[in-house]
Write a protein that binds this ligand. Structure first.
Ligand SMILES: Nc1ncnc2c1ncn2[C@@H]1O[C@H](COP(=O)(O)OP(=O)(O)OP(=O)(O)O)[C@@H](O)[C@H]1O
Ligand SMILES: [Mg+2]
Length: 461
């Protein structure tokens, strides 16, 4: 994978943070704008209130119908920097006293000089904020003068926007700083992995676990997965080493015999001596071939313990007679009577098919070998009533084996004293492992009246 395409934890964290951060900026801007708008509204209302009060005081005494506004008041109206656009001065008795043609609608209540009434209304289609003051005319005590000032509302958001424009860059700068701080924090935080990386890097071909107390909680699943992998590699390596040792152990003697007799045959001067040397070769080759095949089977079965093959339900009542067919031929060649004894009805267990075949072949091979010419062997199935187990058994009428040796049956290379030559001592080890993988137990007992009975007790599927 190229460096550009490799995912970066830092970039991913920041990218994930960007969405909430942008949402926070938008939200904070909205809140700032609303607050600024409220503030500007209050400030401008206050200005409007003060303006109408100032004008009111000026007009109260001087104004008569037809009179023009004092210069000072006109100045106040026309030269307002924030644009005081509308005004009207009306006497209750004499109507309009002074003012342009615009009509400012009256508000819901009339204010006084001390407390002007503020309200929203429209003048010539423009939304305005108006301040109204009603005051008695000093010149005509029976009359009242209504003074109204109004300014367009459209000016107001402008001030809020100005405030926002000041706040927004500060907000963005703070967020940028925060993201920078996060970038730094992630970089520094990731250094917590350094000891683990160093430990892994300093390994040669050691396969010890790497998980230690300094591994952070978040990384623990990863380091434990690495340890599981290392454990599997360790097992695989051990298997490999054992296989090599076993192979050397098993093949050394027949190979030495083989080379000795080949040498004898090639250097023999007479035909008799050569034939005698050559006659010793086939059993040696057969023994080597048996050892190789048993070694490979055992190593395959042991390797399967770490990654078991798919075990499927198998009906032993149907499958065993097929295996019995294979064994029949072998028994006939060995001059052994072979029988199959199975109950009616299915006997379903969970086992890998190839494993089952291997298991039966090894048990039957032992039974035929030990029964010997003229002997008999039975392969059978039993389903004890009420039991949750299905028993596969192989029984012969050979010499059997001393009960004290039962616990050793299944040890690698174990062969009882006096066992017929040619075996490698791995058959029952293979049987035990296959049975173990299927959750079954192997039991030995003495057959009636003599011989060995081997039972494999499978849990019923
Ligand atoms: N049916 C049996 N009757 C008596 N002894 C037996 C029987 N089956 C196994 N044994 C004893 O158990 C030993 C181990 O059997 P196992 O099948 O593991 O090895 P093997 O038959 O000697 O060699 P191979 O690996 O070629 O099968 C045998 O050598 C034998 O001594
Ligand atoms: Mg055997």
């Amino acid at each position: 994978m190229s460096a550009a395409a490799r995912p970066s934890l830092r970039k991913r964290l920041l990218a994930l943070l960007l969405v909430p951060v942008v949402a926070i900026i938008v939200g904070a801007s909205f809140v700032a704008y609303s607050v600024a708008l409220g503030y500007s509204d209050r400030a401008q209302d206050q200005d409007l209130r003060e303006d109408v009060q100032a004008m009111g005081k000026m007009l109260q005494r001087s104004l008569r119908p037809g009179e023009s506004l004092p210069d000072q008041a006109r100045f106040l109206i026309q030269y307002q920097p924030d644009g005081m656009n509308f005004y009207s001065v009306r006497s209750e008795r004499h109507g309009a006293v002074y003012g342009p043609s615009q009509h400012i609608p009256e508000g819901p209540r009339t204010g006084t000089l001390q407390a002007p009434a503020l309200y929203d209304t429209r003048v010539e289609g423009v939304a305005v904020r108006a301040a109204a003051v009603a005051m008695p005319s000093v010149r005509d005590p029976s009359d009242r003068v209504l003074l109204t000032l109004a300014e367009p509302l459209s000016d107001r958001p402008a001030r809020a926007r100005q405030i926002l424009m000041i706040i927004l860059p500060i907000l963005v700068a703070v967020v940028a700083l925060l993201l920078g701080a996060m970038w730094w924090a992630v970089s520094v935080g990731l250094r917590v992995l350094d000891p683990l990386t160093r430990r892994l890097a300093s390994r040669g071909d050691e396969l010890r676990p790497v998980t230690a107390l300094d591994v952070p909680t978040e990384i623990l699943p990863l380091s434990q997965t690495i340890d599981d992998l290392l454990a599997r590699l360790r097992d695989g390596k051990q298997l490999q080493e054992r296989f090599i040792a076993d192979a050397a152990h098993q093949l050394r003697t027949p190979l030495a015999g083989l080379s000795l007799n080949v040498e004898r045959a090639t250097s023999a001067t007479g035909a008799v001596a050569r034939d005698a040397a050559l006659a010793l070769l086939p059993p040696l080759v057969a023994r080597m071939s048996r050892s190789c095949s048993q070694l490979l089977t055992l190593s395959r079965v042991e390797a399967a313990a770490t990654a078991p093959p798919a075990a499927l339900p198998i009906d032993l009542a149907r499958r065993l007679p097929e295996h019995a067919g294979d064994a029949l031929q072998q028994a006939a060649e060995a001059g052994v009577e072979f029988g199959f004894d199975g109950p009616p009805g299915p006997c379903v267990v969970t086992c890998d098919e190839l494993g089952l075949q291997e298991l039966v072949a090894n048990l039957v091979d032992n039974a035929i070998t030990h029964a010997g010419r003229g002997g008999s062997v039975t392969l059978g199935l039993r389903r004890p009533s009420g039991g949750r187990e299905i028993v596969l058994f192989v029984e012969d009428d050979g010499p059997g084996i001393d009960e004290a040796l039962y616990p050793r049956l299944g040890d690698r290379f174990f062969r009882a004293p006096g066992a017929p030559p040619g075996g490698s001592g791995l058959g029952l080890a293979i049987v035990r492992r296959i049975a173990g993988q299927a959750g079954a137990r192997v039991q030995f007992s003495q057959a009636d009246p003599k011989g060995l009975r081997v039972e494999v007790l499978f849990p019923a599927a």
